[in-house]
Design a protein around this ligand. Structure first.
Ligand SMILES: Nc1ncnc2c1ncn2[C@@H]1O[C@H](COP(=O)(O)OP(=O)(O)O)[C@@H](O)[C@H]1O
Ligand SMILES: [Mg+2]
Length: 344
């Protein structure tokens, strides 16, 4: 079998731990998370509300605010996917300003928060473009029209104020704004959660087209796993601050290995394909201040084994598709044996 060489790594997150508060009362919202974002890929991050997705992404982009605090770990950005990389956790505010928009742009759920309510759309684009590019106002203005057109907003809207746009249009405008300086990485945290399903799909399809056109990489965060299956190349599933499963989008959809991922998949209607019976996951995510012993998911898990209450499963390293679940141990061992047999 011919294996494609994987694209170079743009963003390397190692054992990142983020807490709210410190000392005895600290709440660990992200617990030793490691992942890599490759050039041009769309990495999906899924998990119920409260699983630590936003905490992780604000820490990775250095946008976290107190009481959030990075307790340990590393975040390294490799521009163009090469070189020894830039240590984002050690970067100064001035260095981060340089990188923001140009290299790493962020889109959040609330489009209103990203747009200035008293500025015409075009003026905001012109400001963003001119902060990073030596171009005249006129050129920046026509670039703004181009960007709006890219996300399907009529160019005459360049003179509109944010409140004059529909919710879906505003959200697409923030995506266009994120594209303004052609960043290499765009982090999107629930960018479509506030818009209706039809608009959601339009935005997703447009993003996929833009990615093909410009080649940027996206980290796309949502609680809706079926949306990610459509959009993402790889998906990581988070639960109680940890990654419980990581794999290609199709593998996670066809063959989810963690009972939590299975539950998540069965909680959302698929965008394509036959309708399944929808079942939510019974119960709710744990209180991070009082995590269950062993596996954090075990009190809700339909496939729980007795030892799940005492042993905390780890995510296997260096596998294409893996889950942090004791049920996986025998399956993983079989795969290792098989590959050893092949290499012998
Ligand atoms: N401002 C905050 N202060 C204290 N704890 C917080 C704060 N924001 C989030 N948390 C804690 O972090 C957990 C994860 O939150 P968050 O990262 O927003 O999850 P998600 O984005 O997956 O919904 C929450 O369940 C809560 O325990
Ligand atoms: Mg969130």
């Amino acid at each position: 079998m011919i294996k494609e060489t994987p694209s170079p790594v743009l963003l390397d997150v190692g054992e990142l731990t983020v807490e709210y508060g410190s000392g005895e009362d600290a709440v660990r919202a992200v617990d030793g998370v490691s992942f890599q974002l490759r050039r041009g890929e769309i990495l999906g991050v899924a998990g119920e509300s409260g699983s630590g997705k936003s905490t992780l992404m604000t820490a990775v982009t250095r946008l976290q605010r107190p009481p959030a605090r990075i307790a340990s770990g590393s975040v390294t950005y490799h521009p163009g996917g090469s070189g020894s990389g830039i240590d984002l956790l050690a970067s100064t505010p001035a260095e981060l300003r340089e990188l923001r928009w140009e290299s790493l742009a962020v889109v959040f759920q609330s489009a209103m928060a990203a747009l200035n309510p008293v500025m015409r759309l075009g003026a905001q684009f012109v400001d963003a473009i001119r902060a990073h590019r030596r171009v005249g106002r006129k050129e920046a203005w026509s670039r703004a029209e181009e960007l709006l057109d890219l996300v399907g907003i009529p160019t005459n809207r360049v003179r509109s104020y944010p409140h004059e746009l529909s919710g879906g249009m505003r959200q697409r405008a923030t995506i266009a704004l994120a594209l303004a300086c052609e960043p290499e990485i765009i982090v999107m945290d629930e960018p479509t959660t506030a818009v209706d399903v039809v608009m959601q799909r339009q935005i997703v399809h447009r993003l996929m087209r833009l990615r093909r056109q410009f080649g940027f990489a996206i980290v796309f965060v949502t609680h809706d796993l079926s949306l990610l299956v459509e959009l993402a190349d790889r998906i990581m599933v988070m639960y109680a601050g940890r990654i419980v499963e990581l794999g290609s989008a199709s593998a996670i959809y066809r063959d989810p290995r963690h009972p939590y991922s299975q539950g998540l998949r069965d909680s959302f209607p698929p965008l394509h394909g036959p309708l399944r019976e929808l079942r939510g996951i019974p119960g709710s995510p744990p209180d991070l201040r009082a995590l269950p012993t062993g596996c954090a998911f075990q009190p809700r898990c339909p496939k729980r084994l007795p030892e799940c209450a005492s042993t905390r499963p780890e995510l296997p390293l260096l596998v294409e598709h893996g889950a942090a679940c004791l049920l996986q141990r025998s399956a993983d061992q079989a795969t290792v044996d098989e590959s050893e047999a092949v290499s012998r």
